[in-house]
Design a protein around this ligand. Structure first.
Ligand code: K7E
Ligand code: CUA
Length: 763
């Protein structure tokens, strides 16, 4: 007892102590906050450069690979606020991705040997380009584990297409777009037989192959066209990263490799491991391909199809001068074409140099047939010294290079030394270095792989975060560090933990180049971008039965799902198609059902479908999963799966409350008063220049819709009252009021927006 008292007193003292010493609760001035939180002036400056007040927007949007999560992560720069995850190779329930029929069809495009995969290892995102600059229309990303590419449309940030490589069994060197997004490059990584059949490792040199696919992108359809796509057969050299030429090097592609030793491992056979055998030679090969000439050969019908796609065998590539090799430093990583298209920078991962190749020198060697020798596969090799411009000592373990707005200036990530090196690829001078926490992989500057980089900020995509954040168990977040590069010396601004996968690469685009839509045309299949065959209009909701196939054509609008009761029989195959009738910005409804693994996300205008077999008789409540309005919880319904042979009892549905004429009259009085409020708000809006405010125009459209519904409900109430059916009169009067409430809510939001944004009185 005594001990307990002592403890209690001690705790009290501690509590008081904290209160006395704990200035923070009182801190008002900047100095006090700085002192209390131990912040330096440098910290405050960094905060001021990244802090974005409420409602503020970012200058750039970054699309980061989500690594093993198979997604794309979207965040703002400089605030580093995460804005969205985009489901790409893996199901993403809160977006309905992989749960609705429409997105399942997209994911099905990525099946491997007929197997539906729920995993992807996303690596390199690329934004579509026009004339070598980001145009903000599409985003592409590859899956290393299962060689696939995805197309994301930036008009709605949704994944539209996944294609699987018919030759490769892994990839890495994608996605890299040609300057007008004619093609998207995808290079294989781990060599495997193109036949995808069993071939013993003893036949590695003859039958295992690397390759480089140039996927044709069709701007008209916004989709990859596999029929016009072609692949270079390459030696089994473990191709790594790629980049497309631009400017003078337009028409060419560059792909490095890291195991031209063609070592095939076998620890369990007593052989040294891959890591020893794949790094034993001093050099590997940069593979130079002429895609423009290859495309001409394809168009001229000179390339044959294998597995249904154009394949350019090595002999043909050699004979047609489409393929050349250049030695590059030991086990390189990174392959980056400079903004002027004149140089290619390759980093020696096991070396401390960045190697700058001259495109002019490469072309001269090809013209002069100045080859050192050929490789085992008869591919001509241009001598390193013939093609090299210079090599620059940038630090141990250089990986990737990105570019600044200032001519010649670039930044290379240094993995082993954990730093960023700023240098000049024209002069060969190192300009600055900045330590990174820890082990940077890729790095990215604003629009840093285009013809006209913006500079300004750099993000270091670090592999480890170790001690940078509060511990959350042995699996730590990754760390994206934001760096200010607008000045001669680099400064670290911000650490952002990324709690998803290993984000390999990221690209950032000026935010004002993106103009995403806020709503779809009503009844839209967002995955195919056309009117859905399953759309339904208000008042036209219905159920169709064909044998044991039941199609429900329903709608969603605040705050009800139509239909609210669905009756099917055990064994039926049920498809529920729902159209969101809302036009209001951000007014999304969800749809989830007990026990059926169903979750849809239905944005304004979208039609989404869920198909399942009602294989067990029972009662299955469903509801809207987005808190969309005050009566969101009431946005509900029942699927009744009747047992085989069920016969209805013929009894009436019983309501819990009986209403009288008085109830009806009270409700009508409320509605009349509510209408007065609405009229006042409408008066305010229409007496101002509201048409100049698109947000308000949207709100007014939506309010007009709601008011229209109110009028319909009012009529039903009055019809029932005329028949003295007070039960239905009262319930419809209440529904009339529900629509009024939504109208008033929208009107008030519009009024507030006008007041806050300085609308002018016009009459
Ligand atoms: Cu992690 Cu580009 Cu796949 Cu380098 S890659 S670090
Ligand atoms: Cu719709 Cu909640």
């Amino acid at each position: 007892m005594k001990l307990f008292n002592k403890l209690a007193v001690a705790l009290l003292l501690v509590a008081v102590g904290v209160m006395v010493a704990g200035g923070p609760a009182q801190a008002q001035s900047l100095q006090e906050v700085m002192k209390a939180r131990g912040l330096t002036e440098k910290d405050i400056l960094a905060a001021a450069k990244t802090y974005t007040p409420t409602g503020g927007r970012d200058e750039y949007l970054c699309f980061s690979s989500g690594g093993q999560s198979g997604q794309v992560i979207v965040y703002g720069i400089p605030s580093m606020r995460i804005l969205k995850y985009i489901g790409v190779f893996t199901p993403e329930p809160w977006q309905g991705y992989g749960f609705d029929d429409e997105s399942k069809a997209v994911l099905a495009g990525g099946k491997i040997h007929g197997k539906q995969l729920t995993f992807g290892d996303s690596h390199h995102p690329a934004i579509s380009e026009t004339d070598g600059n980001y145009d903000g229309q599409y985003l592409f990303i590859n899956d290393k584990s299962n060689p696939r590419l995805a197309v994301i449309d930036l008009h709605d940030f949704e994944t539209k297409q996944i294609v699987a490589n018919v030759f490769f069994s892994s990839d890495h060197g994608g996605c890299f777009v040609t300057p007008n997004t004619e093609y998207i490059m995808e290079a294989s990584q781990y060599a495997a037989p193109f036949s995808k059949e069993f071939v013993p490792l003893e036949e590695f040199n003859e039958k295992y192959r690397g390759g480089l696919t140039y996927w044709k992108f069709d701007r008209e359809t916004g989709r990859i066209d596999p029929d016009q796509t072609f692949t270079f057969e390459l030696p089994p050299y473990s191709q790594d990263l790629s980049d497309a030429g631009k400017g003078p090097s337009y028409g060419w592609g560059f792909t490095n490799s890291f195991c031209s030793e063609r070592y095939i491992g076998g620890i369990e056979r007593g052989r040294p491991p891959f890591e020893a055998g794949c790094s034993s030679k001093d050099t590997d090969f940069l593979q130079v391909t002429n895609w423009k000439k290859a495309a001409e050969l394809v168009a001229a019908g000179k390339v044959s199809k294998v597995n249904g796609q154009y394949l350019i065998p090595m002999e043909q590539a050699i004979a047609e001068d489409l393929l050349f090799l250049i030695p590059e430093p030991k086990s390189p990583h990174g392959c980056d074409v400079t903004p002027d298209g004149k140089s290619i920078i390759v980093s020696g991962k096991l070396d401390s140099h960045a190697w700058v190749y001259s495109f002019d020198k490469i072309m001269k060697a090809i013209e002069d047939r100045n080859f050192e020798t050929t490789d085992t596969y008869d591919i001509p090799i241009i001598a390193l010294q013939t093609a090299l411009d210079k090599s620059v000592n940038v630090g141990l373990g250089p990986l990737h290079t990105q570019f600044d707005s200032e001519d010649g200036v670039c930044y290379t990530s240094i993995y082993v030394d954990s730093q960023i090196t700023k240098w000049n690829y024209r002069t060969g001078k190192v300009l600055d270095t900045l330590p990174i926490h820890y082990n940077v992989g890729h790095l990215m500057t604003m629009e840093g792989d285009t013809k006209t980089p913006d500079g300004k900020y750099l993000v270091a995509l670090n592999k480890l975060s170790i001690d940078r954040f509060n511990p959350v168990g042995p699996l730590h977040p990754q760390n994206h560090q934001l760096i200010d590069i607008a000045h001669p010396t680099m400064t670290l601004l911000y650490d952002m933990p990324l709690p998803l996968g290993e984000p390999h690469y990221a690209v950032a685009i000026k935010a004002d180049k993106l103009q995403p839509t806020v709503r779809y045309k009503t009844g839209w299949n967002s995955r195919t971008d056309e009117k859905s065959a399953f759309r339904a209009r208000a008042g036209r909701e219905h159920v169709e039965r064909n044998g044991n196939k039941v199609d429900v054509y329903g709608t969603l609008i605040r705050s009800h799902i139509t239909p609210e009761i669905i009756e099917v029989q055990e064994g039926d195959i049920v498809s529920i198609h729902l159209t969101n009738l809302e036009r209001a910005e951000d007014e999304v409804h969800g749809f989830a059902m007990y026990g059926q693994n169903i979750q849809l996300s239905i944005e304004p205008g979208k039609t989404a479908s869920a198909t399942f077999t009602a294989d067990r008789a029972g009662v299955y409540p469903y509801y809207c999963t987005e808190f969309c309005s005050a009566l969101h919880l009431e946005m509900q319904g029942y699927l009744l799966v009747q047992p085989k042979g069920y016969v209805a009892t013929g009894a009436e549905m019983q309501e819990g409350v009986t209403y009288t004429e008085d109830d009806y009259n009270t409700q009508v009085a409320t509605n009349v008063a509510t209408q007065e409020v609405i009229d006042q708000v409408v008066g305010f809006i229409t007496s101002h220049n509201y048409a100049d405010f698109p947000t308000v125009v949207g709100l007014v459209e939506d309010a007009t819709d709601q008011l229209g519904f109110a009028a319909e409900a009012k009529k039903k109430a009055e019809d029932a009252a005329a028949k003295q059916d007070w039960q239905n009169a009262m319930l419809w009067a209440n529904q009339w009021w529900q629509y009024q409430v939504k109208t008033a809510d929208l009107g008030l939001r519009a009024k507030t927006h006008l007041e806050e944004n300085g609308a002018k009185k016009v009459k």
